[in-house]
Design a protein around this ligand. Structure first.
Ligand code: PRX
Length: 635
């Protein structure tokens, strides 16, 4: 088992060791896992190719480290506690033995269907236990899972299936979210119709709604499982074999398939989980993310289960049946660690104290946030009203690419400061550089956040496009991993994340590429062109502001066109990409070389109509005036 860091001195000592001799450090951590063959070399790397190999020639399977390693001691302990959307429905508790049996059976189902190590499997499911069983079943046989958040549209799902050339989709008939029923299978059907690589679709029954069942490719999960063998021998995986792909938005149009591998991701997700949350045996841990995002991968499924923890899975939403739902769950299960996004905190905060005030939250020991900067007001509300001034808040900075928490307090050990992710986790060597790549050393500096040395949980490539991997992360600054975030290091040496410095907007903690949204808007037949920027939003952190140039207006006029643009974006990407504000304009501010000056649009979106800086390169300055007038009228 991984030893926890238990004092500030211990953290400083571990951190120093991890920097002085990273290989010895990670080798010691990795030794607490079960390897079928030990590695020959801890690390082989360079950031210029880039090539990153951890635990070279080590052989293992991540599911053996979840199940076989824990069965003797934890067979009857709950592994997953599932809380349904409707609190009146029955919950499900899967012990380590029960979960193991399901995973083995599902692994055998996959093998029966001819799925082999290395094949890609798309998973598009609501938050039900079968989602975790499906992903672990894939990992058991060495198939690469690619989970697509079930809020994405059929187009987005199809793009991801095509990019990964997935053979199989695992899904459900429908899903519940609050008082809505989502037609999950219909969305999958629409996607699969355009994806020739898909051979079969496995469907879990959840809502029992009527679906179009195509006998040629559709299979019922329960029927497959009823006949499945109960025992499955895990596939032998190399530490550097792929474990999963997870798509994320970048500054160009096409989402990137971030690739994580077995050995390094295992060691890193497990190590950070145990330390950051200070998990102790018997604690009930609850992360409210969706497994469709990296937070759910690392801190609902892999990190907790690798530590033999009890992890909650919640199907519903924070406001159903009312805005006290999270606190009811904390109370019902006596949750010790609770991990959520600032956007959820802000939204619950805006609904009033009464939902939290009368709940017994005395079981809580640690609170966490992730995904976006947390403003001080929300931090204090979380600290005072949820944590009752007794629980440390871990503001965890990391990314789909980093695989696990990278800069964060260790709960109760590294003193916190509102708005600061504080200090790097052992093994993470942050460096701040200016626009030219020059290191800004010392304290009280601000610049681009890079990492200068590999860590086991980092991405290894972009699926099918190693060149793009190199260009996106290792070419902006020589020999450094560039995160895309701006950061400030204060006089205490603490890190405060300032947000993205590229064309990515962080909406409710979810990454949205502006180019992606623009392309979706431009699909509208009346739209000539568009430019999308972020603007400060009280609940979402950042909202999406679209400046749109239309040839002519349709019969519905301006409002009609805005509605149809929003519908179009929802259809093409999903509801999370729907612009909060749309301003119809005659032209966009462009330079003589045709580049859109987003800087001006960002200012206007923020409601700042002066201080545009140097606009002498603009082709037509009257465009700016026209946009400002439109924006003023729109307020
Ligand atoms: O901008 C940073 C922001 O979220 C981005 C990563 O998004 P994603 O890959 O979707 O992963 C989110 C969950 C790990 C980062 O580049 N971000 C993440 N955590 C924080 C944050 N910004 C400020 N503070 C954080 N704690």
């Amino acid at each position: 088992m991984i030893d926890k860091i238990s004092t500030l001195g211990g953290y400083i000592h571990e951190y120093q060791k991890s920097v002085e001799n990273p290989e010895a450090f990670w080798s010691r951590i990795a030794e607490s896992f079960f390897w079928r063959k030990k590695w020959d070399k801890v690390l082989d790397w360079n950031f210029s190719e880039p090539r990153i190999n951890w635990f070279v020639n080590g052989k293992m399977n991540i599911t053996e480290n979840i199940f076989e390693r824990h069965l003797f001691t934890r067979g009857n302990q709950p592994a997953i506690i599932w809380e349904p959307n409707d609190p009146k429905d029955e919950n499900r508790v899967l012990t380590y033995s029960e979960l193991f049996e399901e995973v083995q059976k599902f692994a055998n189902v996959l093998l029966e269907l001819g799925i082999k190590k290395g094949d890609r499997i798309a998973i598009y499911m609501p938050m039900i236990p079968e989602l975790a069983i499906a992903m672990l079943g894939c990992a058991r046989i060495g198939a690469i899972h690619s989970i697509v958040f079930a809020g994405f549209s059929s187009n987005s799902l199809a793009d991801r299936i095509k990019d990964a050339e997935a053979k199989l989709v695992i899904t459900s008939d429908g899903g519940y979210r609050g008082n809505k029923t989502i037609p999950i299978k219909d969305i999958v059907d629409e996607a699969v119709a355009t994806c020739p690589t898909i051979e079969k679709v496995i469907v879990v029954q959840r809502t029992n709604t009527k679906i179009a069942f195509n006998d040629k490719i559709d299979l019922w999960w329960h029927e497959c499982m009823a006949n499945a063998e109960e025992v499955n021998q895990a596939e032998l995986m190399d530490a550097e074999d792929n474990l999963f792909i997870l798509y994320t938005s970048g500054s160009t149009d096409k989402p990137k398939g971030i690739v994580h591998t077995c050995g390094g991701y295992m060691v890193y997700s497990a190590y950070t989980f145990k330390n950051v949350f200070q998990y102790s045996d018997g604690d009930i841990y609850f992360c409210s993310a969706d497994i469709g995002w990296i937070t759910g991968h690392s801190y609902i499924v892999y990190g907790p289960l690798l530590n033999g923890a009890t992890t909650m899975m919640f199907e519903g939403i924070p406001t159903y049946p009312d805005a006290g739902r999270y606190w009811d769950i904390v109370n019902k299960y006596e949750v010790a660690q609770f991990y959520t996004a600032p956007t959820a905190i802000r939204s619950l905060m805006s609904m009033g104290q009464e939902y939290v005030e009368n709940k017994d939250l005395s079981s809580l020991k640690v609170l966490g946030t992730v995904g976006e900067p947390i403003n001080e007001e929300a931090w204090h509300w979380y600290h005072d009203h949820v944590g009752k001034n007794r629980c440390p808040i871990v503001d965890t900075w990391w990314q789909t690419e980093t695989g696990g928490i990278s800069i964060s307090p260790i709960a109760g050990i590294i003193p916190t400061k509102p708005g600061f992710a504080t200090l790097p986790q052992p093994g993470i060597q942050p460096i701040i550089v200016d626009g030219e790549g020059k290191e800004l050393s010392g304290k009280s500096v601000e610049g681009n956040l890079c990492i200068k040395y590999p860590w086991p949980g980092m991405l290894r490539t972009i699926w099918g496009d190693h060149e793009r991997f190199k260009k996106t992360y290792f070419s902006t600054f020589d020999n450094l991993y560039f995160s895309g975030d701006g950061v400030k290091r204060d006089e205490d040496g603490y890190y405060r994340i300032l947000g993205r410095v590229d064309d990515v907007i962080n909406v409710s903690g979810h990454r949205m590429g502006t180019a992606e949204v623009e392309n979706a808007i431009n699909e509208h037949p009346l739209v000539n062109e568009s430019a999308v920027v972020g603007f400060p939003h009280d609940i979402k952190g950042q909202g999406i502001y679209a400046f749109v140039v239309c040839g002519e207006l349709s019969t519905g006029g301006a409002e009609g066109i805005k509605t149809s643009i929003r519908k179009g974006v929802t259809k093409i990407i999903g509801p999370i990409a729907k612009p909060d504000k749309i301003l119809l304009v005659k032209g966009l501010p462009k330079t003589r070389s045709g580049k859109i000056m987003r800087r001006i649009l960002r200012k206007i979106a923020q409601g700042d109509f002066d201080n545009f800086g140097d606009i002498s390169t603009l082709l037509d300055t009257s465009v700016v005036e026209e946009i400002i007038n439109g924006a003023l009228e729109d307020v």
